[in-house]
Design a protein around this ligand. Structure first.
Ligand code: FNR
Length: 343
């Protein structure tokens, strides 16, 4: 097995372990205001959402995880089957393995085969060469291209990148060349208004904040080397804070909420802070390994029905209405927002 293959298999095992042992960061600092007179019926609640002008039937997607090894093909196939059945979008894991070794591209392509005309997101690192970014999109006939930013993870890996110069400029080149909308995403460390500004300047219109609070890749990487802790175990902005940091950009950018989202209530809270759709990664992987495809499917239905129920309790019939319900932010999250000058 090559180094990359071993690493991928270990990522899967450790991410499952992490999601089994560690509770996600609570969303208790964010409270929605109950509405006793919602004046609407369950059937009126519409979950569809527009992402860069394309309609998604539900505001939920399975976020980027894997590809490139046989085990990944099985994961991608099973998750795509659930996504297809319930109208979710789905991202593949980083396609760099297939860009350097086309023989493994089937482990990613399986997702497009199963999704047929459903929404599929390609995924590469933000420092990718423009040609490779285009090949990644073409490989999947992807509807969007995710560019990931994972610098703490690289730093923790001895074999990881150490030179992060020129990334914003590279993103701009990819945005200019890409035939599909580009989504810049974190991998669990969140983002800030300074980063949104740079991304807006680079022409990016959709950002996946992927904040702290869920699967933690600094933890995964350090445990892979049997270290007990890493400098970045508690690093970054939570998903709630990352969305608050984006408030001044809501006219120009769309935000996708991911990182530590575990319940329908978390989903509703993230949407009320401005997210247009919600991504989940680690928990679906854990469910697939522990309970099979059926367990993932049951969870997806629980999330979607739960989201409808919360919307009913808030009197919100659409994503747009849910994005503008009153929300109360307390505790450390509020302190952060105040100190950063966020209204
Ligand atoms: C990831 N994630 C990820 N992200 C990315 O952009 N490219 C990738 O290749 C991977 N690989 C990957 C593997 C595994 C096993 C996991 C669990 C996650 C990060 C993922 O998309 C997401 O941003 C974080 O996991 C946070 O979301 P959750 O897990 O808290 O829902």
């Amino acid at each position: 097995m090559s180094m990359r293959k071993t690493r991928k298999a270990e990522h899967i095992d450790l991410a499952i372990q992490y999601n089994e042992q560690t509770k996600s960061e609570p969303w208790s600092d964010v409270r929605l205001v109950h509405h006793s007179l919602p004046e609407l019926a369950y059937e009126q609640v519409d979950l569809s959402t527009l992402i860069a002008n394309r309609n998604w039937p539900v505001p939920l997607y399975i976020n980027a995880m894997t590809g490139g090894i046989q085990e990944a093909a099985h994961i991608n196939r099973s998750l795509a089957e659930v996504a297809k059945k319930h109208g979710l979008a789905i991202a593949v894991g980083s396609q760099s393995a297939a860009l350097s070794d086309p023989k493994v591209s089937d482990t990613y392509r399986i997702v497009r085969e199963i999704m047929e005309d459903g929404v599929v997101l390609a995924n590469v690192g933000a420092n990718v060469a423009v040609d490779d970014a285009l090949r990644a999109v073409d490989m999947l006939k992807a509807d969007y291209l995710q560019l990931h930013l994972n610098f703490p993870q690289e730093i923790v890996m001895p074999e990881g990148d150490r030179d992060f110069r020129g990334v914003a400029q590279n993103i701009q080149r990819v945005v200019d060349a890409s035939p599909v909308p580009v989504i810049v995403k974190e991998v669990g460390f969140g983002m800030s208004m300074e980063v949104y500004q740079s991304l807006a300047d680079a022409g990016v219109r959709v950002v996946d904040v992927s904040g702290r609070g869920g699967t933690n890749f600094a933890w995964v990487e350090s445990r892979r080397r049997k270290d007990k802790t890493s400098l970045f175990d508690d690093w970054g902005q939570t998903t709630a804070i990352s969305l608050l940091e984006g408030q001044a950009f809501l006219e120009r950018m769309q935000f996708l909420g991911s990182g530590g989202i575990r319940t329908a209530l978390d989903m509703a809270k993230a949407i009320s802070l401005g997210a247009s759709a919600i991504g989940v990664a680690g928990p679906v992987l854990r469910l697939l390994y522990r309970g099979g495809k059926e367990a993932v499917e049951t969870q997806v239905m629980t999330w979607l029905n739960g989201l409808r129920s919360v919307m009913l309790a808030l009197g919100a019939t659409s994503m747009r209405e849910l994005q503008s319900v009153p929300v109360v932010v307390t505790g450390e999250t509020r302190d952060w927002a105040e100190l950063r000058g966020i209204d």
